[in-house]
Design a protein around this ligand. Structure first.
Ligand code: ADP
Length: 813
């Protein structure tokens, strides 16, 4: 229903006018509001621009060079400034909208006026005609009355006077005039009515509907314009519009560019300090933690002037072990052992917490979780440091005490005269020794260490001026080397002159001993460049034997590096076993050969083969050990398979467990435990031997490939990941038990190494050899647990085997 049909009445007309008035007032309200909003936007823009400016003022910006968070923040502030600009533009656009609204309101006012005028115009004629009809009607009535009166008079005269007479004529004339007048008025009335009818019909059916229809379309077109203005206003204020979205996206992007891993890259590059250590050694995980420590270390040095006047027993950087200090050292040793153990326990607990800690305990969200992990690993590092520091002191005291061994302790008497006298005698003896020694062969000199490996040499030379002489083989040629501790370790090759004399930079001497004595006594530097002065000859340690101390008797076996002999020590006539190293092997192999000696040197246990010494004075280099008369356990088992009893086999398992328990307590991983590497003595006691692959570490990761791995004896985690711990030795011990009870059979017989490995990975375990006590087999299976952590430690193994033997003995009695 449109205006034209619905709004024809007077009341509707007036309502339409009122409606337009109300619309005009609403338009005014809108205009005012938009003006206020524009003002708000402008003020907000100004505020935002100030914020952005403040944000760009970064304190100590130079210190933040390369920081992604700073870069992102700058871009963020730039975008905030863009937002401010956008608000300013919006404010300006809103003002334009206000102007548009003002124009619209003006047009609307005009349209209202013209509607009123038009309406009045078409209504005025109808009104006029209505008045005309009324006027005509009243005229009609008036003439009708006059006519009626004159007709009555004429009739009366006619009746009275008959047909003639002047009077009658007069009356007739008046009557006829009145009649004529009436008829004329009648016609005029009829005409005016007819006109009025026509005009009224036109007004109602043509003019007014036309006006209203036009009015409707005018008002609707205003509404459309109005709507457009509102839409425009709304679009300008739309904070989700593309312009704001783009800004928002850019802000999001720059914030996303913040990368915690990259944040400090440039900073660390700029400020990094490369400790010299890194270049020299491959850094362990722990050492890499030290990368951030200051580049120039604080040097703590023993002040030599302190002992200038009290020479002899007190030496710089060396612990004094005598009857005055030994108890104190032992109690310190105890304390330190306690502290190291405590550190280790705390670390184990912490590692457990780190691995198993619930996410809630570690923190509820990502940041606090990571944070707490970092804190834990920091604490862990600190504990490791503490342990290492304490261990260092502990080792120092231990080695000082072990050097004294069970010999009578030197006197720590504070009788200075006595001490000084000893010193003088020693010096004299030393000098004497050196001056007298030129007549005997070089290898008999106490300070000649033969082909002692360089690592050992470095270990022996601790203080500036410490020196020794050794031999090295280069390109199959022997060279004599003087090694000196002087600002590090320096090695000088003794030069040979054409006439067979020996020299460094100074004069030549007929023998090496004389050359060394000259350097020692003259206190002149060996070379000008090095400045190294010889102050203290370092004599061979007790375990460095001379090759001539040993007489080889008969070959008793063959090892990886060379033959093994039964031999006799010249000094004590003791029977010994001597492992020799083939002369033709490269230096690297010789070093590996001596590794066994270095490890064994520290151990003393009835079930570990004992080291007597190494002979490195000349080729072939040799390792001298206690002779274990029964030889290899494997051969023994095979040879005596018929006579060996279960009790004896159990005893062998107990011996091996005792030896391994001792090694575990020393943090030594054997890595090659097998019957072929155990020895057996005449009392059927088993001794663990062959430490060629051993490592003194809690965990040893093989990185240089897995050559010559005894696959069938090796735990899966060591085969798969190269990760060795004492729990790998436990696996091998299980195989050793199997070898013992099978009396020397080959494990997984009929299977290649790779087949055995595959089967183990799928859960296969060897069945028990015939006559194995079920408890012993159960123990074997425990040793073969796939998860290393589920295997028993040697302590537990020993206790189990020991208890089984006691039960076995009780049952048999
Ligand atoms: P390698 O470590 O070079 O392989 P082994 O330790 O296996 O050498 O020794 C080879 C063989 O020499 C052994 O199987 C054993 O028969 C014999 N043997 C080694 N050490 C001794 C020893 N201390 N007492 C008796 N025989 C030994």
């Amino acid at each position: 229903m449109g205006f034209s049909t619905a709004l024809q009445g007077r009341a509707a007309h007036e309502a339409l006018i009122l409606r337009q008035d109300a619309e005009l007032r609403l338009m005014e309200t809108m205009k005012r509001c938009f003006q206020m909003k524009a003002k708000c936007d402008r003020e907000y823009a100004a505020g935002l621009a100030t914020v952005a400016q403040q944000g760009l003022k970064i304190d100590r910006a130079d210190d933040m060079q390369g920081s992604l968070i700073t870069k992102s923040w700058r871009s963020y502030m730039d975008e905030l400034d863009q937002q401010a600009k956008q608000f300013r533009i919006n404010a300006e656009l809103l003002e334009v909208i206000c102007e548009k609204l003002a124009h619209l309101s003006q047009d609307k006012r005009k349209a209202r006026k013209s509607y009123q005028e038009e309406h009045a115009k078409i209504a005025v004629r109808l009104n006029h005609l209505t008045d005309e009809v009324l006027r005509k009607k009243s005229e009609y009535q008036k003439h009708l009355e006059g006519y009626k009166a004159l007709r009555t008079r004429f009739e009366e005269h006619y009746i009275k006077c008959g047909r003639g007479g002047r009077k009658l004529d007069d009356v007739r004339d008046k009557y006829q005039k009145a009649c004529r007048k009436l008829h004329l008025t009648h016609n005029e009335y009829v005409l005016s009515i007819t006109e009025a009818v026509e005009v009224e019909k036109d007004f109602r059916t043509v003019l007014l509907p036309g006006l209203l229809e036009h009015q409707q379309s005018v008002q609707e077109s205003f509404i459309l314009l109005w709507k457009n203005i509102l839409q425009e206003a709304s679009q300008h204020g739309d904070l989700t519009s593309d312009k704001f979205n783009e800004i928002q996206k850019r802000i999001d992007n720059v914030i996303n560019k913040i990368n915690p891993n990259e944040e400090y890259r440039e900073f660390t590059e700029k400020h990094k300090q490369v400790p010299k250590l890194q270049k020299q050694e491959s850094l362990s995980k722990y050492q890499s933690f030290l990368r951030t420590s200051p580049n120039s270390p604080i040097v703590f040095q023993f002040d030599e002037t302190l002992i200038e006047d009290i020479p002899g027993k007190l030496q710089s950087n060396t612990l004094t072990v005598d009857n005055l200090t030994v108890d104190w050292l032992r109690s310190r040793l105890n304390d330190l052992e306690g502290s190291v153990k405590e550190c280790q326990e705390k670390q184990i607990k912490m590692i457990g917490d780190l691995n198993g800690g619930s996410p809630i305990a570690n923190g509820v969200n990502g940041i606090s979780n990571k944070d707490s992990q970092n804190r834990n690993s920091k604490d862990l590092n600190s504990l490791r440091c503490q342990e290492k520091q304490k261990q260092k002191l502990l080792d120092m005291i231990k080695s000082a005490l072990s050097e004294v061994g069970c010999e009578e302790l030197p006197s720590g008497c504070d009788d200075h005269l006595n001490v000084d006298q000893t010193f003088i005698e020693n010096s004299f003896n030393n000098d004497n020794q050196m001056s007298l020694s030129s007549n005997r062969p070089l290898y008999e000199e106490e300070w000649f260490h033969g082909v002692l490996p360089r690592e050992e040499v470095v270990r022996l030379l601790n203080n500036d001026g410490d020196f020794l002489v050794r031999e090295t083989i280069r390109n199959e040629e022997s060279q004599i080397v003087l090694s000196v501790c002087w600002n590090g370790h320096k090695h000088f090759i003794v030069q040979t002159t054409v006439d067979g004399h020996f020299r460094f930079e100074g004069p030549p001497f007929p023998s090496i001993q004389e050359l060394i004595m000259h350097q020692y006594q003259s206190e002149l530097p060996v070379t000008v460049k090095s400045g190294a002065i010889l102050r203290r000859p370092i004599c061979r340690e007790r375990w460095e034997l001379s090759n001539d101390d040993v007489v080889l008797l008969e070959k008793i076996g063959r090892g990886n590096f060379g033959d093994v002999y039964k031999a006799k020590l010249k000094s004590t006539k003791q029977d010994v076993a001597v492992k020799t190293c083939r002369m033709t092997l490269p230096d690297e192999q010789k070093r590996k050969f001596l590794q066994e000696g270095r490890i064994l040197k520290q151990y003393d246990h009835p079930n570990i083969v004992k080291l007597i010494g190494i002979c490195v004075q000349k080729q072939p280099i040799m390792i001298v050990m206690e002779l274990v008369p029964g030889g290899s356990l494997l051969n023994f088992l095979r040879k005596n398979s018929n006579s060996l009893t279960t009790r004896q086999l159990m005893g062998m398992c107990r011996d091996a467990a005792a030896g391994m328990r001792y090694l575990e307590s020393k943090n030594c991983i054997h890595r090659d435990l097998a019957a072929r590497n155990c020895l057996i003595d005449l009392e059927n006691s088993v001794k663990i031997s062959d430490f060629g692959m051993s490592r003194e570490e809690e965990e040893y990761i093989v990185s240089d490939g897995m050559k010559q791995i005894p696959v069938k004896w090796t735990a899966p985690e060591a085969l798969n990941f190269g990760k060795y711990t004492c729990l790998c030795d436990v696996w091998s011990y299980g195989i050793l038990m199997w070898e013992i009870f099978s009396k020397g059979d080959t494990p997984y017989s009929g299977m290649s190494n790779s087949r055995a490995r595959e089967r183990i990975d799928t859960g296969f375990r060897m069945p028990a050899p015939e006559n194995t006590p079920p408890e012993m087999y159960r123990l074997m299976l425990k040793c073969w647990a796939a998860e290393a952590e589920s295997r028993p430690h040697f302590d537990e193994i020993f206790n189990v085997v020991d208890a089984l033997i006691i039960r076995y003995d009780n049952n048999s009695n």
